[in-house]
Ligand binder design. Structure first.
Ligand code: FES
Length: 159
């Protein structure tokens, strides 16, 4: 990854050094960085290793163990599409196909312009409104393939 900006370096420094927890650990430090930047840049791994007086390998070992940590910057918007059992029965596979086409993706990941991060979810917790997706944590239920694509298009035009 390219180096982070001076501003982001400072944000990482503050995030790991201003933790308000009784016990600061490698994990709490990584969580603080991800909360701040929404991902863990290489330099954060180094800073956490220095703070915790441990090695870069040890910090990376902890970070890579947890699937919720990401190591590349996320898109400006996050779209999660549920493919859990209820949504599946309500036709989510057709929606997934159309949404992936619209995003130009073959699976989870970021669009080429890094505008949208796309993820699957096994249950967004609102099965009564299936099929469902969330955009930047706002739930949108009773989707059709057309309405899902429409939502994504309007998301791109709102920036
Ligand atoms: S299975 Fe999709 S919201 Fe629960």
């Amino acid at each position: 990854m390219p180096p982070i900006s001076d501003q982001d370096r400072e944000r990482v420094h503050k995030a790991i050094n201003n933790q308000k927890r009784p016990t600061v650990t490698v994990l709490s430090s990584l969580l603080a960085v991800q909360d701040e930047l929404r991902y863990i840049p290489d330099e954060a791994i180094e800073q956490v290793a220095t703070l915790m007086d441990t090695t870069i390998n040890d910090v990376f070992g902890v970070a890579s163990f947890y699937p919720n940590f990401r190591f590349t910057p996320p898109g400006n918007h996050t779209v999660e599409l549920c493919w859990g059992p209820t949504c599946h029965l309500e036709g989510s596979s057709y929606i997934i196909e159309k949404v992936l086409d619209e995003l130009g993706l073959e699976g989870q990941g970021e669009t080429e312009d890094n505008e949208i991060s796309f993820k699957f979810n096994t249950c967004l917790g609102a099965c009564s409104r299936a099929p469902l997706m969330s955009i930047d944590h706002h739930m949108i239920g009773n989707l059709t393939p057309e309405s899902a694509v429409e939502r994504i298009r309007s998301l791109r035009h709102q920036d």
